[in-house]
Design a protein around this ligand. Structure first.
Ligand SMILES: [Zn+2]
Ligand SMILES: [Zn+2]
Length: 138
């Protein structure tokens, strides 16, 4: 956070620690409501408005990035590693795909379209996550 010249206010640290913990468990993105829930579980006195304001500050400095899963819901995840997202169309699970795994595809797409494609969370792929694939096969 110091790198970004941000004051380490209590809500910022609290929101970041929720995201870091979720990330360590493989939950890469959380909605603001979810972040708020987790803060309440930890008896942090942070209201939902503050959570929204805090995540947008963190997005602004590039520590966190936002991913819209549908028109009305945004989720937030750590932006430390460049990555793309795969979203499960059935359960909404979000899986991060390291950017380098798709860089060849991206540069081919760039050549084909003349479009300069961003390496930083530029792509969202849709499909079925492993859990849903397993149940879909039944
Ligand atoms: Zn992400
Ligand atoms: Zn799924």
């Amino acid at each position: 956070m110091r790198e970004h010249d941000l004051r380490c206010t209590a809500p910022r640290l609290a929101v970041l620690s929720v995201l870091v913990e979720a990330d360590a468990r493989g939950e890469h993105h959380l909605t603001a409501a979810r972040i708020h829930e987790r803060l309440v579980e930890r008896r942090r006195d942070v209201d939902l408005t503050t959570v929204y304001r805090t995540v947008s500050t963190l997005v602004g400095v590039g520590v966190v990035h936002a991913l819209a899963v549908d028109e009305n819901v945004s989720t937030y995840g750590l932006a430390a590693q460049p990555h793309h997202h795969a979203v499960c169309t059935r359960c909404g699970a979000i899986i991060e795909v390291p950017a380098e795994q798709l860089s060849a595809a991206l540069s081919q797409a760039s050549q084909g379209t003349g479009f300069l494609l961003s390496d930083r969370a530029g792509l969202t792929l849709h499909g079925l996550c492993p859990g849903c694939r397993a149940t879909a096969a039944d």
